[in-house]
Design a protein around this ligand. Structure first.
Ligand code: ZN
Length: 427
């Protein structure tokens, strides 16, 4: 399969997040060579320069955008997506932990990893920051599958040595040794990266959190991912488990786990003091609107986070979230923001799931938009995927409105094609 090609279409991408700027080409050409963006411009410019437009794959009805980035998702939890009736702590015990225990079986883990990545790509997500399970082997096969698909993926083995089900527990030292082995094998291997992954403070001992901080210090260009302040019972419980902490953030901060390589999911119930330290330390917040509503955790305050200068990206948090589609996740984000008195604009929304996500993860030199030399991860969005969308888009007078319709009504049905490093993926 070729990693080069010329695509003529309507093309939209974010060129700057601060200030927010985008470029829209009504009739544009994206030139891909050896998996990277070689050139981008108006079709007539290409033609004037002697380029034969006939060699392009011509898709005038589609909207070509960069691949989506999901900054918090659990690979084993496709198995529990759409599980009824519980809030966080009960939801973990009743559905999630038993499902994750199945990943002790390496063959099951391997086939499930492929299914998970195919589901991401089907939804137009080409990059994600992923929690595997606490199993070394299950994490290894997830990396293997991502390598096979040449995806830019960051993932980590869950560290969890207490307060879950015993069959999922690792040990403080063993969990760190497994993480280090996976770092040595996968971090920086092709397009892959490693995230040190304490599930959350409640399920890690002081010894494990301490060792996790030391491991990050030893490998400072790894990522850190965890959860914080998702649910009020959880916030109370974490303080019971770790009575020595001053607040939830302190449970990570004192062990060197809060910095600009760290992405924390949820951040709903952070106090003003926590938000200030979070911002000062440069940590990243992953906004998980679908999960927060589905598990009944609370409403993320995007406007407040912006005011506090906290970096925010968007995440599905499947299986707490109910869809891997970042379009559907944006629809939920818009509604959560409306309930908090803020209207999330369509280009700000597109930035959250493309260039903004890339910047949050420090991978914007590789992906996030169509700057020359970046890796050619992109999507062809079909705005006419259903009768309703087609009818509504027929009344759109701008590409902003058209994208807003797709993020409000859309999902996997809008993803006409996904390209990873210039190659069209077959799912
Ligand atoms: Zn999560």
């Amino acid at each position: 399969m070729s990693r080069s090609g010329a695509y003529r279409s309507r093309i939209l991408h974010i060129t700057s997040t601060d200030p927010l700027k985008y470029e829209y080409l009504e009739d544009g050409v994206l030139l891909v060579e050896d998996g990277k963006v070689a050139d981008l411009g108006a079709a007539e410019q290409f033609e004037r320069a002697g380029f034969a437009l006939g060699q392009c794959q011509h898709e005038p009805d589609y909207l070509l955008v960069p691949g989506f980035i999901d900054t918090h998702v659990h690979s084993p939890q496709l198995d529990v997506i759409a599980s009824y009736g519980e809030q966080l702590l009960e939801w973990l015990n009743k559905y999630t932990f038993p499902a994750e225990a199945r990943y002790a079986d390496e063959t099951y883990a391997a086939t499930s990893a492929v299914a998970f990545l195919n589901s991401l790509l089907e939804a137009g997500t080409t990059t994600a920051l992923v929690f595997a399970t606490s199993h070394h082997k299950a994490t290894d096969v997830l990396f293997e599958a991502a390598r096979e698909k040449n995806m830019r993926l960051i993932a980590g083995k869950v560290l969890m040595d207490q307060n879950a089900t015993t069959e999922l527990h690792d040990t403080a030292v063993g969990g760190i040794q497994d993480s280090e082995a996976l770092i040595n094998k996968w971090h920086g291997n092709g397009r892959l990266g490693y995230a040190i992954t304490p599930r959350f403070a409640g399920t890690s001992s002081v010894e494990q959190l301490t060792l996790a901080g030391e491991l990050h210090q030893k490998y400072p260009d790894t990522w850190i991912q965890s959860h914080i302040s998702e649910n009020l019972d959880e916030v109370r419980w974490v303080k019971e488990v770790h009575p020595h902490i001053s607040d939830y953030l302190d449970a990570y901060e004192r062990y060197g786990l809060v910095n600009d390589r760290a992405v924390f999911a949820h951040c709903i119930h952070l106090t003003a003091s926590e938000r200030k330290r979070f911002a000062d330390l440069g940590a990243r917040a992953a906004f998980c609107p679908s999960s927060n509503m589905f598990i009944g955790s609370g409403l993320f305050d995007l406007a407040q986070m912006k005011e506090d200068r906290i970096d925010v990206s968007l995440a599905s948090d499947v299986g707490g979230g109910t869809s891997l589609s970042m379009l559907r996740t944006l629809a939920d984000a818009y509604k959560v923001c409306q309930l908090k008195g803020y209207s999330l604009g369509p280009m700000e929304a597109l930035a959250l799931v493309t260039l903004g996500g890339a910047e949050s993860l420090h991978i914007d030199q590789f992906v996030g938009n169509f700057e020359k030399g970046k890796e050619a991860d992109f999507l062809m969005l079909n705005p006419n995927a259903t009768n309703v969308m087609s009818r509504r888009v027929g009344f759109s007078d701008s590409v902003e409105d058209e994208f807003f319709v797709m993020m409000t009504l859309g999902d996997e049905r809008n993803i006409a094609a996904t390209y990873v490093a210039g190659e069209k993926v077959s799912i």
